[in-house]
Design a protein around this ligand. Structure first.
Ligand code: DGP
Length: 116
């Protein structure tokens, strides 16, 4: 079955796409956590970061460099931003299609809520 992000990659469901090439697609998160919240996904369906294979090394690097370039284009690179990859249940991953969150445009605070 095709993931919801695969459908976005193929243009089968709408999304605010900010960048696309042969390997990756970047689009605005439907439920943004900050003024800039963009998801960068591989066009091919890889369920989680744990499912990356050795042959995906160039693709994984391209995801990261694409996020860096978009951060510059969005004007958040100088002040900084956060890149997040949630993986599986304990990582808080909801959509089973690998994605890099690019989040910025406001101070984001500490990385992970500490338990009391
Ligand atoms: P994660 O928890 O890491 O799997 O994050 C999934 C993100 O995907 C979440 O921030 C909301 C976003 N999202 C889910 N469905 C859609 C959708 O149909 N369109 C867009 N643009 N974003 C979506």
């Amino acid at each position: 079955m095709s993931s919801i992000f695969s459908k976005i990659v193929k243009g089968e469901i709408p999304a605010d796409i900010v960048y696309q090439d042969d390997l990756v697609t970047a689009f605005r998160d439907i439920n943004p956590a900050a003024p800039v919240h963009i998801l960068v996904v591989p066009n091919k369906e890889i369920a989680t970061a744990d499912d990356l294979a050795d042959e995906d090394e160039a693709l994984a690097g391209h995801l990261l460099l694409t996020a860096r370039r978009i951060a510059r284009e969005q004007g958040i690179a100088d002040r900084g931003y956060r890149l997040i990859v949630n993986c599986k249940a304990d990582g808080g991953q909801e959509v089973p299609h690998l994605h890099l969150h690019l989040i910025g445009g406001r101070p984001l605070g500490s990385m992970v809520k500490r338990q009391a």
